[in-house]
Design a protein around this ligand. Structure first.
Ligand code: MRU
Length: 357
């Protein structure tokens, strides 16, 4: 077992990194009890890591896929640029198919392919070099964007600082620092009072296993709740605002995020609690008109009927497992991006954001 490297402080561990011609990542299925590193040495192990959720979270799977594309290029025996580009196109198709909802995945592989195409005149060796640099750039940019989201989002947290979050949109779900957890981390670093209510997030338990682990590492006060306690906590006045991440934001501001997010947004509106979505530009998909057009991943129902391999339902019971839901834009108070906070109408705000240089 290897312990993952930390960037600067224990708060900023690396989710995924390149080392010895290998894509390495923290196995998020093993957390919180074991910090184990997975070595991906070929395309199929990178694809498996994404599909099986050894690595998960929209920006993190984008970064992983980018390193995966670099790996494919560097392992390629192609003699011509055209053959190498064809291998990369096939790798992109394989990687993109692993998880359909988070747009960051296809965004990252598209960017990698474009970079390879622009280096085509320089030959295969140059493509191998520039693709690794591009993957490192995607990683570094994601980390910087998360910190900027933290700066923009922290002032939105009300003075008492009681924040509810769902799933894990923290460092583990990104290059580091997180999206939804970024304003929380920043406010905490500024010495402000913060208390995070962590939704357990059935069925994969990203909240209980991953967010709770991250907040513990960072020393940020928290209370873990099961998903069905959120309404009660809001009714009793324990929650000042909700901050969640996103897997894809459509052109009209509809937000796909972890299953259960929509329910929280409805509850937030009823209880008049601000509902914020934190996401970098790689999550915004202007080519998708509305949430109705976002593909929702259906995962194995065994992830619902079993927890950590133990059956919690009668053998053979039919179960559903949509992994994400869509929150209509009218329930979103604001979208926190690395370039600032967007307010409704989101169609206009998102288009303006995209047109910024
Ligand atoms: O199925 P997961 O764990 O990949 O889902 C993750 C989420 O829904 C996150 O909230 C989202 O990807 C944003 S992560 C910064």
């Amino acid at each position: 077992m290897r312990v993952a490297p930390f960037i600067a402080t224990p708060m900023e561990f690396r989710t995924v990194w390149w080392e010895d011609e290998t894509v390495r990542l923290i196995d998020q299925r093993k957390l919180p009890h074991t910090v184990e590193v997975v070595n991906c040495t070929d395309l199929s192990s990178v694809a498996y890591a994404i599909r099986s959720m050894q690595v998960r979270g929209a920006p993190a799977i984008g970064c992983t896929a980018a390193y995966g594309m670099a790996l494919v290029a560097r392992q390629s025996a192609a003699h011509s640029v055209e053959d190498l580009l064809e291998e990369l196109r096939q790798a992109k198709a394989i990687l993109d198919a692993q998880r359909p909802t988070a747009v960051n995945l296809a965004w990252a592989t598209s960017r990698m392919l474009r970079r390879a195409e622009t280096a085509a005149s320089e030959g295969t060796t140059a493509i191998k070099t520039v693709l690794l640099a591009e993957a490192e750039a995607i990683f570094a940019e994601d980390l910087a964007m998360c910190h900027a989201i933290g700066e923009h989002g922290a002032p939105l947290i009300p003075p008492r600082g009681h924040v509810l979050t769902h799933c894990n949109a923290g460092g583990l779900a990104t290059a580091g620092y997180g999206t939804a957890l970024a304003p929380i981390r920043t406010a905490f670093a500024q010495g402000r009072p913060i208390h995070v209510f962590v939704d357990e997030t059935r069925p994969f338990l990203q909240g209980a296993r991953l967010t709770a682990w991250e907040l513990l590492q960072a020393g940020i006060p928290q209370t873990l709740i099961t998903d069905n306690m959120a309404a009660f906590m809001m009714q009793r006045g324990h929650i000042d605002c909700i901050i969640v991440g996103a897997d894809r934001i459509a052109a009209n501001g509809d937000v796909a995020n972890k299953i259960g997010t929509y329910g929280l947004a409805v509850l937030a509106r009823y209880h008049q609690i601000p509902f914020y979505v934190a996401a970098p530009y790689s999550t915004i998909d202007l080519a998708t008109a509305s949430g109705a057009d976002i593909p929702i991943e259906e995962r194995d129902p065994a992830e619902v009927t079993h927890i950590a391999g133990i059956a919690i339902a009668p053998h053979g019971v039919p179960a559903a497992h949509p992994a994400f839901d869509v929150t209509p834009n009218e329930l979103v108070t604001a979208i926190i991006t690395e370039r600032g906070v967007l307010h409704p109408p989101f169609t206009v705000a998102l288009r303006q954001l995209a047109s910024q240089p």
